[in-house]
Structures are given as structure tokens and as C-alpha cells.
Design a protein around this ligand. Structure first.
Ligand SMILES: Cc1cc2nc3c(=O)[nH]c(=O)nc-3n(C[C@H](O)[C@H](O)[C@H](O)COP(=O)(O)OP(=O)(O)OC[C@H]3O[C@@H](n4cnc5c(N)ncnc54)[C@H](O)[C@@H]3O)c2cc1C
Length: 408
């Protein structure tokens, strides 16, 4: 980021549709380029951001068959320390970033074999992880239960998504961004250019650049593409529902790293946060994965399984207090990578479909938008190619883009 922002006249006004962690990060980066920014959202922060555990896990999330996604995740993780520092400075609020590393564990013999296979894929991909004896793992984390195998992923860190969202809200207010509590109902064309969005009160919000960052809400703005003469902007996003459980632990829970593993084949993680001044701390257990409708009422069986498997890895969780169960849908594309970049239609930029890694990828997404606004090539251009919207050209549901009487 430049120390002195360019004059406002050089960058377009920006309308960000969606105020989750991705939308607010985009809005903040845009504001720092000198743009006039408006964020449109009826319930900012109440989407997937509210459920996310905040693992920043390029290693734990690595898919051996998708090298490009892993490169994107590594580039996203590399941006977090600077992003967290700058956000804390700008807002006076901590986003809860902790470079604490992650323990990878397997509960039984089958899970141990699975962990060995995963560590092999890390080695092949050049990712840092190291096998540990269970005794050494327990020296690092005395709260660890009777696991069969363990390893350390030293570069998988964490942040607090709710705290990050709060800090972004303050930073945006300080930067003079406008926030409107309303939902976009459609994006508006003037000629062949997107010029903004109409909200559910009928107001047209005009902007030089409209950024679609509505997570699952992006889907409601799409339709099956049937009009061959209308611009086709594919946004193939579906929901993958997940729940996380928030616990409050007392000062006795000695857990500093995220513990992530499998229990009889089922994935589960335990993410501790730094202790509060009174010694208590939040612990997040997650996450279920269900290809069901975008419902927010958590299924009891899902919560039960999460708590059962988490206490198998960290038995002391029995002594915590259950505070909150949150279920949301992860906005997910067919290949699991987000849509970040120019949409192909002038005036419209996409920042959606971040799936399981939207917290991890929020800073790199915001930085890509800032590069677009200032006409510079993004520093992470090679990694960001994996997220180019053009890879879905001609396929699936398309954004509905209509002319507005007021703009005709
Ligand atoms: C259980 C669970 C655990 C997760 N854990 C992690 C994790 O550990 N690490 C990680 O990196 N990621 C994690 N994720 C993924 C992460 O939460 C998402 O990728 C991320 O929140 C996406 O951010 P977003 O801003 O795009 O979407 P959201 O957070 O869903 O925000 C979208 C916003 O758009 C608004 N909106 C919707 N429709 C409209 C409209 N028409 N007009 C205006 N505004 C609209 C909504 O109100 C909402 O505020 C997890 C997700 C879940 C569900």
C-alpha cells in the first residue's frame, strides 16, 4: 500500500455488495486507495463469517490434486501478519491473529495411517509439516488426549473472524466509507457497463466499480443464462453447510495451538483463542460439512458428533461452557477456489465463492482489488490466476444484469 493515497479523482467510486469478512476487507483496501466506498448489506457479518473458526491453514487445507489452490492459500496466508498489524493500527481493535501453528493428529490406527498419507502429500508438495511422537506432541500441548499419531504444521495459524469483522467495521468508519443496511436486489447496466445496484428500498447506488462480495447472497442475484444477447457473468456458487460450536474455557485449559485431526475417519478441529484479561478464553470446535439447503438451525446430530470427536482429542473440553452453536453455508464454487477479479463486464468485479477459506483469503482478495483500482499488477498475480472468474466462462448460472429506467 502507498504511504500517501492517490487523489480521489483518479480511482472510481466503489460499491461493495456484501459486508462479510471478504466484502469489508475489499471495502477497506478500496478506501485506502482513496476511493469513495459504499458497502451495501442488510446484516453485515451475519453470513459465513459469523460461523468461521478462523483457521489460516494452507497446509491443513492442501488438496494434493490442486497445486494452484495451495499456491493461492500460501499467498493468502503470507498476507495475514501485515494485514492484521495494519488493521489493528487503523482500528485500535485486535483481529485476533495468532502465529501459533497447528497440531495435526490421528485418533486411532486408521486415522494414524491417514495422517501418514497426508504428511507424504505435504512432502511431495513442499509444504512444511513434521511428524512428532505422541509424547513430544503432549509436551507441546499437555491437554492432548490419547491420540495414535501427531505432527506439527508450524505455518498454519489462526485469526478471530468476528473480531476481524469488528475491527474492519471501525477501520472503514474511520476511513469515511458509507454503510447502507439494505440488500441489493439487482445489478444495473448502462449500455454494456455495470453502473451499480438497486437495493430493496428501490434506491440505485451508482458506482464506477461494483464489487460483488455477497457470499451465498450472490446466488440470489443470478439466473439461468437464457438471453444470448445479455452479458454472461457466471457465478457458479452453491452452499456447503457447516456448524461451529463456541465454548468458554477457564484458565486451566492449557491449549495454545489449534488441534486438528480425524477421529475414526471424521474430521474435527479445536481452535483456542488467546486468554482474555480474566483468564477465560474462547475455544471453537468445528466443523460439519453438509450439502444441504442453506438452513441456519444446527442439526443436533452434527453438534453431538463435533463435541464427541473434539473431546476425544482434548478431553479437558468437558470442563468448558457451551456458549454458541452457529450454522451457515460456505459459498462454494465447483473447484473450491474463489472468484476474484474482473467479471468480464466493465464496471463489475467479483469477490465471492471463497468456500472453506474466506478468512484466509480475505487480505489477498482485498489487495487484488486495490491493485485493480490503482492500475497496478497485483503482487500475487500468479497465485491469483487460480481464482480468475474467466475459468467458468460460458458455464452455469449467470448474474442478472438489467438496464434501469433511471439510467437509460
Ligand atoms: C462452519 C464454517 C467454518 C469455517 N471456518 C473457516 C476457517 O476456519 N477459515 C477460513 O478461512 N474460512 C472458514 N470458513 C469459510 C468462511 O467463513 C467464508 O469463506 C467467508 O466467511 C466468506 O466471506 P464472505 O464475506 O464472502 O461471505 P459472508 O461472510 O457470507 O458474507 C456475505 C455478506 O453478504 C451479505 N449479503 C447477502 N446477500 C446480499 C445482497 N443481496 N445485498 C447485499 N448484501 C448481501 C450478507 O448479509 C453477508 O453479510 C468457514 C465457514 C463455515 C460455514
Amino acid at each position: 500500500m502507498p504511504a500517501v493515497p492517490p487523489p480521489r479523482s483518479r480511482v472510481p467510486d466503489v460499491l461493495v455488495v456484501g459486508g462479510g469478512v471478504v466484502g469489508l476487507t475489499c471495502a477497506w483496501y478500496a478506501a485506502r486507495t482513496g476511493a469513495h466506498v459504499t458497502v451495501l448489506d442488510p446484516a453485515p457479518g451475519d453470513g459465513a463469517t459469523h460461523a468461521a473458526a478462523g483457521m489460516l491453514a494452507p497446509v491443513g487445507e492442501a488438496e494434493p490434486d490442486d497445486v494452484a489452490a495451495t499456491a493461492l492459500h500460501l499467498a493468502g496466508a503470507a498476507r495475514w501478519p501485515g494485514f492484521a498489524r495494519e488493521l489493528a493500527d487503523a482500528s485500535g481493535a485486535e483481529p485476533g491473529f495468532e502465529a501459533a501453528g497447528t497440531l495435526l493428529v490421528g485418533y486411532d490406527a486408521g486415522d494414524r495411517d491417514d495422517l501418514r498419507r497426508v504428511l507424504g502429500t505435504h512432502e511431495t508438495a513442499g509444504l512444511r509439516s513434521a511428524s512428532l511422537t505422541v509424547a513430544d506432541a503432549r509436551r507441546l500441548e499437555p491437554a492432548l488426549g490419547p491420540v495414535a499419531a501427531a505432527a506439527l504444521a508450524p505455518d498454519d495459524h489462526r485469526a478471530d473472524p468476528r473480531a476481524t469483522h469488528r475491527a474492519l467495521t471501525v477501520a472503514l468508519a474511520t476511513a469515511g466509507a458509507r454503510r447502507v443496511r439494505a440488500a441489493a436486489t439487482r445489478l444495473v447496466l448502462d449500455g454494456s457497463r455495470v453502473v451499480g445496484a438497486v437495493d430493496d428500498a428501490g434506491h440505485l447506488h451508482r458506482a464506477g466499480l461494483t464489487v460483488l462480495a455477497a457470499g451465498m447472497g450472490s446466488v440470489a442475484l443470478t439466473t439461468l443464462h437464457e438471453a444470448p444477447d445479455a452479458p454472461h457473468v457466471p457465478v457458479p456458487v452453491r452452499g456447503v453447510v457447516g456448524q461451529t460450536v463456541r465454548l468458554e474455557a477457564g484458565p486451566d485449559l492449557g491449549l495454545t495451538r489449534t488441534v486438528r485431526g480425524r477421529v475414526q475417519g471424521r474430521p474435527v478441529y479445536v481452535v483456542p483463542r488467546a486468554p482474555r484479561p480474566d483468564g477465560t478464553r474462547e475455544v471453537v470446535v468445528g466443523a460439519t460439512t453438509e450439502e444441504t439447503a442453506d438452513v441456519r438451525r444446527p442439526r443436533t446430530g452434527g453438534t453431538f458428533a463435533l463435541l464427541r470427536d473434539a473431546r476425544a482429542l482434548v478431553p479437558a473440553l468437558d470442563e468448558t461452557t457451551l456458549v454458541d452453536v452457529t450454522q451457515r453455508a460456505r459459498p462454494t464454487t465447483p473447484d473450491g477456489r474463489p472468484l476474484v477479479g474482473p467479471s468480464g463486464v466493465p464496471g463489475l468485479w467479483l469477490a465471492t465463492g471463497h468456500g472453506r477459506n474466506g478468512v484466509l483469503l480475505a487480505p489477498i482478495t482485498g489487495a487484488a482489488l486495490a491493485a485493480e483500482l490503482t492500475g497496478r499488477s497485483p503482487a500475487d498475480a500468479v497465485a491469483l490466476a487460480a481464482a480468475a472468474p474467466a475459468r467458468f466462462a460460458g458455464r452455469g448460472r449467470s448474474l442478472t444484469l438489467e438496464h434501469d429506467r433511471r439510467t437509460a
